[in-house]
Design a protein around this ligand. Structure first.
Ligand SMILES: Nc1ncnc2c1ncn2[C@@H]1O[C@H](COP(=O)(O)OP(=O)(O)O)[C@@H](O)[C@H]1O
Ligand SMILES: [Mg+2]
Length: 334
């Protein structure tokens, strides 16, 4: 972890209260995001990535979900301790979020320009005219051609890629310190995906914001992230720099993700190599939660491993990490 991170998530634990009982979709999750740093939060669907992201801004559906432990520090303020007015001032202002499907976050009855202007009026106190002018400026900044005209259009008039640009414009309108992007390019085709990733990199270079980029696809963050946090079944199972992860992954799950990774831009993704499924949060597993899918498992894995120090800045939740690194490859099944 860096010395003075912008965002520090510590020991975050989320409970899910359902009819069958209470389970933990997020278990003791910790990571940092520094200024101008992109952290990739990676894992298959159902691993708790979105729950983690939504918890940072206290947007998890409550009930059934509830944050039961941990802290989320933005500089020196614990977002989990703020009152409702306090957290509202942080959302969209100091910490902004974009999602996979912009249509769910954009309001169909307002023009794109109006929606961005509204955010600016709310958080920056700009008057109507100035807010509109700045909204157009923002659309221009996210490289939407003819921004002044496009600002008058409604979300349904735009393509998926353009809508995601509008979402990004809205997210950066108040110059946030941290941008949380939850699968921002998953719904887009590969060419547009690349353009959006390049845009995020460029905006980061201009604005210095920290980015938490959530994806199920390691290839998506391999170029833009500085560090990767791998989540499995509610837990962080590996944390490493991109170089460390790609050259010396220490958790079998990471090796599996690396082996399943399609080339960015490939037309067809390779079949996932990890057999089986992520256990539901309610499913109790003795020991390591990845054990049943793990080709490296040994007897000791019935005892739950902590996050072990692999090297400086590199940690993995695996008793066998040295062997995993030595073998360095997910075993091929013929
Ligand atoms: N509103 C909800 N009600 C019940 N279960 C939920 C709800 N939201 C998430 N979950 C469960 O919590 C787990 C983590 O979900 P999520 O954070 O969305 O995973 P990810 O974003 O990694 O795909 C999953 O098992 C999911 O089924
Ligand atoms: Mg998700």
């Amino acid at each position: 972890m860096s010395d003075s991170p912008l965002l520090r998530v510590s020991n975050l634990t989320v409970a899910l209260h359902l009819e069958g009982g209470t389970s933990l979709p997020v278990r003791d999750v910790s990571f940092d995001v520094g200024a101008s740093e992109t952290v990739g939060l990676v894992g298959e669907s159902g691993c708790g990535k979105s729950m983690t992201a939504l918890s940072i801004l206290r947007l998890i559906p409550k009930p059934p979900a509830e944050i039961v432990a941990g802290s989320v520090n933005l500089s020196d303020v614990d977002l989990l301790k703020l009152d409702s007015n306090g957290i509202r001032r942080v959302r969209g202002n100091r910490v902004a979020m974009i999602f996979q499907e912009p249509m769910t976050s954009l309001n169909p009855v307002y023009s794109c320009g109006e929606q961005i202007a509204e955010v600016l009026r709310l958080h920056s106190g700009l008057d109507r005219r100035r807010a509109w002018a700045r909204a157009v400026e923002m659309l221009d900044r996210v490289q939407i051609p003819n921004a002044a005209e496009r600002a008058r259009e409604y979300p349904h008039q735009l393509s998926g890629g353009m809508r995601q640009r509008v979402m990004i414009a809205m997210a950066i309108a108040c110059n946030p310190e941290v941008l949380i992007a939850d699968e921002p390019t998953t719904a887009l085709d590969v060419t547009i995906q690349r353009e959006i990733l390049a845009l995020l990199d460029e905006l980061q270079a201009q604005l210095g914001m920290g980015i938490l980029h959530i994806t199920h696809d390691l290839a998506v963050v391999s170029e833009s992230a500085h560090r990767i946090v791998v989540m499995y079944a509610g837990q962080v199972v590996e944390e490493a720099s991109v170089d460390q992860l790609f050259s010396a992954a220490a958790h079998p799950y990471s090796l599996g993700l690396l082996a399943s990774r399609p080339e960015l831009g490939a037309r067809r993704s390779r079949l996932p190599v990890i057999e089986g499924r992520v256990p539901e949060p309610s499913q109790e597993v003795e020991g390591c939660r990845f054990r049943e899918r793990c080709p490296f498992a040994v007897d000791r894995c019935t005892e739950e491993p902590p996050l072990l120090e692999v090297s400086n800045g590199h940690r993995a939740r695996c008793w066998e990490f040295e062997r995993v690194q030595r073998e360095g490859e997910w075993p091929r099944v013929q």
